[in-house]
Design a protein around this ligand. Structure first.
Ligand code: CP
Ligand code: NVA
Length: 304
């Protein structure tokens, strides 16, 4: 099989996503039925974390064990990665010993550099620019609840961050529309998002307008990891970008609410929304594992 990395959402085609969503559903059914699914027996995943994580760590680690494989967990603090060993050297060494690498880091350039020197597939577990595994799980979750996302409208309320960029990539590839509302100074940048045109998204000054008629309303923390120094300025700038029940009422009556988590109730979302009947955040979090199991299997074995 050709070496295939998953560094951005656009690294797979619409056809490959259709396959992955079906495969994730099958893998989830088998998991719920306590049925063994050891397609990656004897394979090893290295997970490299340069930023904190709960969901990404647990979903990849539990998922790999459930596929019959094993994992190695590395952080900057307990490996030579934090002591300035060149990325190229780390990639060459680690990828000689494992079958797959997942990396959570800062700049997208770092993961791309690692991938250029890796002999095995590299998966983006979040960078400053993108979070493709999360959107993979989010769209899988949308499909479970509402069917195909093609032609639908997703309202993005909040920061023009890694999640927003990845939603824009997904919209262009899978034919849906994103309504984006960010405070001034925190807009999405088409060049950073790596999309071909502005046809699949619309920008709204007022977050309420972005939510109008949406099939899915979604948001994220005001301050992403790595931007903590801007926390106070962001708290002021984002005060009106809190998803509340009025915004949910502006969306379609059957609109879903998603948040990649961790969430800050009373900041980017009110408790009655995230803990309310339209919220699917717990399914969304669980689906990280099922979707990533399908992804890891696909990168190593292709279609089954
Ligand atoms: N959503 C997400 O990636 O969560 P963690 O930061 O806990 O991995
Ligand atoms: N945008 C957030 C997502 C956390 C899962 C961050 O990068 O910190």
């Amino acid at each position: 099989m050709d070496l295939k990395h998953y560094l951005q959402f656009t690294d797979l085609s619409a056809g490959e996503y259709a396959y992955l969503f079906e495969r994730a559903a099958l893998i989830k059914r088998k998991f719920k039925g306590y049925e063994k699914h050891h397609t990656l027996a004897d394979r090893t995943l290295a997970m490299i974390f340069e930023k904190a994580s709960t969901r990404t760590r647990v979903s990849f680690e539990a998922g790999m064990y459930q596929l019959g494989g094993s994992v190695v967990h590395l952080t900057t603090g307990d490996s030579q990665l934090g002591r300035a060993e060149p990325i190229d050297d780390s990639a060459k060494v680690i990828s000689r010993m494992v079958d797959l690498v997942m990396i959570r880091t800062y700049g997208q350039d770092k993961i791309e550099q690692f991938a250029r020197h890796s002999r095995v597939p590299v998966i983006n577990g979040l960078t400053n620019e993108f979070h493709p595994c999360q959107i993979l799980a989010d769209i899988f979750t949308f499909i479970e609840h509402r069917g195909s996302i093609a032609g639908k409208t997703v309202a993005w309320v909040g920061d023009g961050n890694n999640m927003a960029n990845t939603w824009l990539q997904a919209a262009e590839l899978l034919d849906f529309t994103v309504h984006v509302s960010t405070p001034g100074g925190y807009e999405v940048d088409q060049a950073v998002a790596g999309i071909r045109s502005g046809a699949s998204y619309k920008v709204f000054k007022n977050p309420m307008d972005a939510c109008r008629g949406a099939d899915l309303v979604t948001t994220d923390v005001w301050t992403s990891m790595g931007y903590e120094a801007e926390n106070e300025a962001r708290k002021k700038a984002f005060a009106d970008w809190c998803v509340d029940s009025d915004m949910m009422r502006a969306a379609k009556p059957d609109a879903l609410f998603m948040h990649c988590l961790p969430a800050h109730r009373g900041e980017e979302v009110e408790a009655d929304v995230i803990d309310g009947p339209q919220s699917v955040v717990w399914d969304e979090a669980e689906n990280r594992m099922h979707a990533q199991k399908a992804l890891m299997e696909y990168l190593l074995l292709g279609r089954r």
